[in-house]
Design a protein around this ligand. Sequence first.
Ligand SMILES: [Zn+2]
Length: 392
Amino acid sequence: MTGPASLIMGVGNDAAVLVASSHYRHRHYGPNHPLAIPRVSLTLDLIHAYNALTEHEFMEGRPATVAELCRFHAPDYVHALSRAEAFGHATDEDRYRHHFGNAENPWFPGVFYTPALATGSSILGAEVVLGGRRAFSPAGGMHHALPDRARGFCYFNDVVLAILRLKESGLRVLYLDLDAHHGDGVEQAFANDPNVFTLSLHMDTAYAYPFRGGTITDQGGPTGEAACLNVPLPTGTHDMEYRLVFDVVWPRVLAQFRPDVVVLQAGTDALFADPLGRLDLTTNEFLRVIGAVVRDAKRLLVVGGGGYHPLLLARCWTGVWGLLSGRSLPDEIPVEGVAALRAADWDRDEDEPYYHRYFTHRLDEPRERMVRSALLELLERLRAVHPVLHDL
Ligand SMILES: [Zn+2]
């Protein structure tokens, strides 16, 4: 890249690779589904508007093979999805045994290919990381999928398969899940694995999906050695509170587990205006956390995840890419980016005072608030139950 734009935006230094595909320009999941919104494509458009992606930094995703999928998923489930795509519908048995073909995990054209592509892309991302660069697979992060069934909009668990790929090379993996929902599928997959530690900050399942697990007393570890740390957050958790918790938990987990690689699930449904989330983070705090992880992780794979507000998501993931690729992107959104965001035609919260800012600035208005006693109590209880925090 040459010319004045490169001076303003900062040239990528080949530190990172973005793995994605034009396939995500098509709408999936069918009408009325929370995921039937532009996510990866809008993110790419905004990154492009910032002139923040060189050819050398982009890699076309590839679908995972059946053999790869079957390293975690049951063959009959993999074949059921493949069959449902070929025959154009899900059967009653698919609905009953594999939990797809319903409102939560609908049948749609590409019901096999689309999640297989996200999975192959995250595996490819893992291979990029093994090659020494950071990687971002924004279509990935499908953390709820189970070996034999779809769950919570997730069909194949690309996160588990990417972690397996990293483990194959003998690496100790720290999985950090920032999605507003508990990263249960990944936690379960590695509950008995001393070489994978899962850290999830999420809405307390007392009030949020998946409505079980991930509580203060669910801290894993079959033999007393903790394999996970769950931080169930109250509704309305805001920047100051999130910062307090993250800054206590993150360095301790890192110091005690000493991972070779971090896999970060960057679902954006913890952001303040997400239609399915009930946390209250700004993009600023979310990206501060990503920045800390970029700084501290020896190797880093970032995958996507939830996020049901396309404008917040695209702004946020553009910021994630900026941090991974070593660019400092201006806060003000370039004209082409404004046009891309406007074209998303999102008017759900247009009466809110912050709405206009989605189109003009990449970051949000900072908000200073008091930390509530509920958060201090949460930290105290975590300290009491979790060996990683005993020094607190
Ligand atoms: Zn989520």
